[in-house]
Design a protein around this ligand. Structure first.
Ligand SMILES: *Cc1c(COP(=O)(O)O)cnc(C)c1O
Length: 371
């Protein structure tokens, strides 16, 4: 027997474990605004649907998420066979990397993109190619220029997390038009429902094009993050490839039931959307009113706002984050994503949003940097 220890594969060793948004502070929590959760919670219809299936807990779930795919198909005008469901869209993002890339292949994502893309890339031994953005917004021409013969997949979140920025519909179509036919474009539309204006959601294109996958989630506007339900639309050969690596019973019975019920509660979804957009605009205005301190709210199409702090001077994202934590407000300080000047604040209820706005003002005034 040798004394050698088990060895991680080198590409796994190059990874670090996912760092989630904080869920505790130095004081009793008054607002948890770190993970872009819907603060109003799921539809009461979804809650009832989950309760109704709890006693079936000894049975495996429907492996094909049949009722959910049919409900999605009806709501979005997509054929159910073009839909695949995942344990959150997270699982789908991983299924895509495993199906189409491996060691020696390249996967493109934008700088300041969603952290899962790098993890999904490294996990399969592929090489991440990071493309610079322009003022926190994806740069279509730079993405197209970064494509090489080794490129297999491109991940683009639109609108993007953690920046909140939206690519114009024409840019999305230009990216699709410029793709080599053997490169898979993943349009991650986790925040699609919060866009207020012209938007290319890609769903119709994903049914017809051979190399476009659109991913969506029940974790954000539906308020079902705990249930882990995501879905994607793609051409049949891409769906067939992902089906090979999908976990057999990957969406729980409660998750499937909740998602179907939530799709039927248009009033709840409309309320969450309307309130989120209203409070997002209000908070943007409050941050703009602190403008003399050098804070900048990046225009957001999501249920959160990214705030950029000045390079130097009396206020900083790190200090502000600590101040907020000391007052029971949990936001996402983005130093872990190489954005040490940025704080991301999820839109909470009206009370939570007013609380964080007041705390930001108190912090800025206390730091002696106000107008
Ligand atoms: C929140 C989020 C998701 C959703 O992840 P789930 O696994 O479905 O909870 C996907 N993409 C982005 C960019 C997100 O911010």
């Amino acid at each position: 027997m040798t004394s050698a220890a088990p060895q991680m594969k080198p590409w796994i060793e190059a990874m670090h474990a996912y760092v989630p948004g904080k869920s505790s502070a130095g004081a009793p929590v008054v607002a948890k605004l770190s993970s872009n959760e819907n603060p109003w919670g799921p539809s009461p219809m979804a809650v009832a649907a989950m309760q109704a299936v709890l006693a079936d807990g000894h049975r495996y779930p429907d492996p094909a998420s049949t009722a959910l795919r049919e409900a999605l198909g009806r709501k979005y005008g997509v054929k159910p066979e073009h839909i695949i469901c995942g344990t959150g869209s997270d699982e789908i993002l991983h299924m895509i990397a495993s199906s189409f890339a491996g060691p020696g292949d390249e996967i493109i994502h934008v700088r300041h993109g969603f952290a899962v893309y790098e993890g999904a890339t490294r996990r399969v031994g592929a090489t991440p190619v990071v493309v610079p953005d322009v003022d926190y917004t994806g740069d279509i021409d730079a993405i197209l220029r970064a494509i090489t013969p080794a490129t297999r997949v491109i991940y683009v979140a639109n609108p993007n997390n953690p920046t909140g920025t939206l690519l114009p519909a024409a840019d999305v179509r230009r990216l699709i038009a410029g793709l080599p036919s053997d490169v898979v474009l993943v349009l991650d539309c986790a925040y699609a429902e919060f866009v207020d204006g012209e938007y290319e959601d890609g769903l119709a294109l994903a049914q017809t094009l051979p190399n476009l996958i659109v991913t969506r989630t029940f974790s954000k506007i539906h308020g079902l993050a705990a249930q882990r339900v995501g879905w994607a639309v793609a051409a049949l050969p891409l769906i067939a490839a992902m089906e090979r690596v999908r976990g057999p019973f990957n969406v729980t019975t409660t998750g499937q039931a909740a998602a179907v019920a939530s799709l039927g509660d248009d009033a709840h979804l409309a309320m969450v959307r309307r309130e989120t957009i209203r409070l997002r605009g209000w908070l943007e205005g409050e941050i703009a009113a602190l403008g003399n301190a050098g804070l900048r709210a990046i225009p957001s199409a999501c249920n959160f706002i990214l705030i950029e702090f000045p390079e130097s001077g009396p206020v900083s994202a790190a200090d502000c984050n600590q101040y907020l934590l000391d007052h029971g407000i949990i936001c996402r300080y983005l130093a872990v994503q190489n954005m040490p000047r940025c704080l991301r604040i999820s839109i909470g209820t009206e009370t939570e949003t007013r609380t964080v706005a007041a705390a930001l003002r108190d912090y800025v005034e206390g730091a002696g940097a106000s107008a």
